[in-house]
Design a protein around this ligand. Sequence first.
Ligand code: DAH
Length: 340
Amino acid sequence: MADTIDPIRMTLLDQIASSDTPRDILRAPELKDITAVIPTLPPEERADFGKKLNLLRGQLAEAIERRELELENAHRPAPIDVTAPWDTNAGPASLLPTEHGTTHPLMQEVGIVSSIFERMGFAIEDSREIDDQYHMFDALNFPKGHPARDDYDTFQTAEVDSDGDPLVAPAHTSTMQNRILKKYRINLGVGEPIAAVVPDRVFRNEDLDATHEHTFYQVEGVYVARGVTVGNLIATLSAFLGEYYGKEVEVRTNPFYFPFTEPSFELSMKNPFSDKEDDWIELVGCGMIHPNVLRAADIDPNEYTGFAWGLGIDRLVMMKYGIEDVRHFESARLDFLRQF
Ligand code: DAH
């Protein structure tokens, strides 16, 4: 009698494996029939047959659980990663081959900009993503309540610092000037200049359009030594721009106002890729570091002078590649990014 169990096992396991309601198979007539056989067996065979039947029930229960889990997984929607650069609905995601990833175009250019300044003798420093009002304004000769503070459309946090002022998302890389002057002022004592650049991200509460983003990049430059002049400033920036664009560039300055420089300028460059006579682009805010800014870092302005600049990296890169809209950079549009 026992050998009637094997074919039933095969049939029922097969049915379970393809059933949408596998638990119903416990009510299969074959099972009932075979259970009903027990009392009809000679007593010495019953125990053995009962054991085999129990084994079968156990195997069926296991198969049912397995099948139910399988069904449950099949009906659960695949988790959707909205940041994934492929269509997760098209099938199970697997790891992307590494050759698909590239450095963001702005980061590539930040690397190029940094290496040029490094070769010119400047140290490279990082900025921060959150800072205080002292470094954003006070150390840069913006008195409290000065209207020029409003020009910077600065994002503020709800938290306040020990002075009771909100923290800020740096709206320019100039927040690093005071730290750089303090960090490197020992150079001056040994006859070396202070020379550092800060290529990093800044944030402004801007109305967005093709030339304005809330998040963009600047490279700040600071140079202090004895006898530094505006001539040194212009020569440094022209040398950088010439190296970056790989051709000699024409620059000009217009007088401007920044609280932290005196005199202050806006430096423009003639578009090196245009034939038009009057195609000038403002690229850099710059000037001679204001004596109060040097004093805030305990540097004697009667002994030392210096220049500083803040250059918009996005604009620099847009001109290099003929990019017409600054918003492409932060858009995560793959058709844009893949061109670099
Ligand atoms: N921080 C200024 C801005 O974002 C740019 C700037 C101007 C930086 C003059 C400087 C400077 O270091 O000397 O508008």
